[in-house]
Design a binder for this molecule. Structure first.
Ligand code: FE2
Length: 183
């Protein structure tokens, strides 16, 4: 019997969104490389775990009940954010574009969260209206997320796996030129 003191799927995913928003706000105020790196690791772990549970559990449960277009955009938005997560996991806070990458990632996530939480036509409200078993899904996702975060703590955060991006042969172009400080 499911423990009904726990959060349903939508409340659980929303709580996850609030947690990551808080971490981004903390990053904005953070000073010092060590503090920034620690926060980014937390953000990347949270986002990686969050995308895994949505892609493994929540989105498949929504398939056929929520418009394909909405779900497809969700997957593509996830894949977009994974590129910046991978960049940040391979970068250090003293690098020139580090703060910009965190900022742009936070903006991408803000957009994605809005798309999921939109009052009448977001994925969450559509899922609720379609009668998804959000209690059972909440329990499943909670357990899976806990296990994932424990795994990341022990073995490190794995390279994010894209689910929809398939054509990405990227090449490193010329680095952006630094503007010399006027003498
Ligand atoms: Fe999502």
């Amino acid at each position: 019997m499911a423990d009904r003191t726990s959060l349903d799927a939508i409340a659980f995913l929303k709580a996850d969104h609030r947690k990551v928003e808080e971490l981004f706000a903390e990053f904005k105020a953070a000073k010092g490389a060590a503090k920034k790196q620690k926060l980014v690791e937390e953000i990347c772990a949270e986002l990686t775990g969050h995308t895994v549970i949505e892609e493994e559990i929540f989105y498949p449960a929504c398939r056929g009940k929520v418009e394909d277009g909405l779900l497809n955009e969700g997957y593509v938005e996830h894949d977009g954010s994974k590129v910046l997560v991978a960049e940040l996991l391979a970068s250090a806070p003293n690098e020139e574009f580090y703060d910009a990458k965190v900022k742009v990632l936070s903006e991408q996530i803000e957009h994605h969260v809005h798309e999921e939480e939109k009052r009448s036509d977001g994925i969450f409200s559509r899922a609720r209206a379609a009668g998804l078993d959000i209690d059972e899904l909440g329990d499943l996702m909670k357990g899976r997320k806990k296990a994932l975060l424990a795994e990341y703590k022990t073995n490190g955060i794995p390279a994010p796996e894209t689910r929809t991006f398939t054509g990405h042969t990227l090449e490193q172009g010329e680095p952006v030129e630094k503007t010399e400080a006027p003498v």
